[in-house]
Design a protein around this ligand. Sequence first.
Ligand SMILES: NC(=O)c1ccc[n+]([C@@H]2O[C@H](COP(=O)([O-])OP(=O)(O)OC[C@H]3O[C@@H](n4cnc5c(N)ncnc54)[C@H](OP(=O)(O)O)[C@@H]3O)[C@@H](O)[C@H]2O)c1
Length: 244
Amino acid sequence: MTQNGIGQQAGRAVVVGGGSGMGFAIADALLADGYEVVIVGRSAERLADAVRELGEGKVSAVQADVSDEEQVSRIFETVGTVDHVISTAADVAGTYGPIATFDFEHGRGFIETKLIGSMLLAKHARLTGNGSLTFVSGIAAYRPAAGGAMVASVNAALEGLARALAVELAPIRVNAVSPGWVTTGIWDRMPWDDKEQRLQAMAEKLPARRLGTPEDIAVVVVSLLKSAFVTGTVLHVDGGHRLA
Ligand SMILES: NC(=O)c1ccc[n+]([C@@H]2O[C@H](COP(=O)([O-])OP(=O)(O)OC[C@H]3O[C@@H](n4cnc5c(N)ncnc54)[C@H](OP(=O)(O)O)[C@@H]3O)[C@@H](O)[C@H]2O)c1
């Protein structure tokens, strides 16, 4: 263990989704703060690229699909006991669309990764008694868009899960961070042909007058890991989106 910025012992952290976007920024920030970090994701290639960028030998990776119970169990057989588990994992393929024509076979992956995956992590993670679990929900739970029923309901459910687990797993702390619109590759997977205009319009509308960056989310997640009296809560990192 090493000392972190505020004099507490930094620990070991697993970042599910650490191969890209917010998860990558969280892994990077944790490494800079002296944590030992393991990143998890499905794509071996994405993980290898992330390890190279974060620094070979500084971070390790486990390839696993968080929606599969056996694979989640194997993550913790491999890494053993850790202090913190953070999950940014979400598969948005087929997630957006009007309820009248929604294809549940295709769209179900979002529930399986983001909600069931988080439950599986809670079930199998071998956490120290003063450890924490952090989930990443999202603004859609508060400001849903038409066609976003799946995203809105899963994000809301994930926040309910964080509260329930904060009670059940205590004194392990369980929290959610709810981002607004953050510039990551996730937007490339939206069924939009006017992505840039939509992102620009949102940036102008927000009290922060810009979209979030993955680093905006990472700084809050790291502070949450160190905040030993915060549990069962949702931290909004959305540039004021709920007021816009
Ligand atoms: N970006 C935004 O504006 C925004 C706004 C609100 C909420 N959010 C939420 O923030 C979280 C992070 O999103 P992001 O923007 O950072 O997206 P991202 O770059 O696509 O990150 C998602 C990560 O999760 C991993 N993943 C997906 N399914 C997985 C599975 N079944 N098992 C293990 N890993 C899996 C992906 O890697 P593999 O594909 O290799 O597995 C990827 O590295 C998501 O929960 C998203 O819903 C994002």
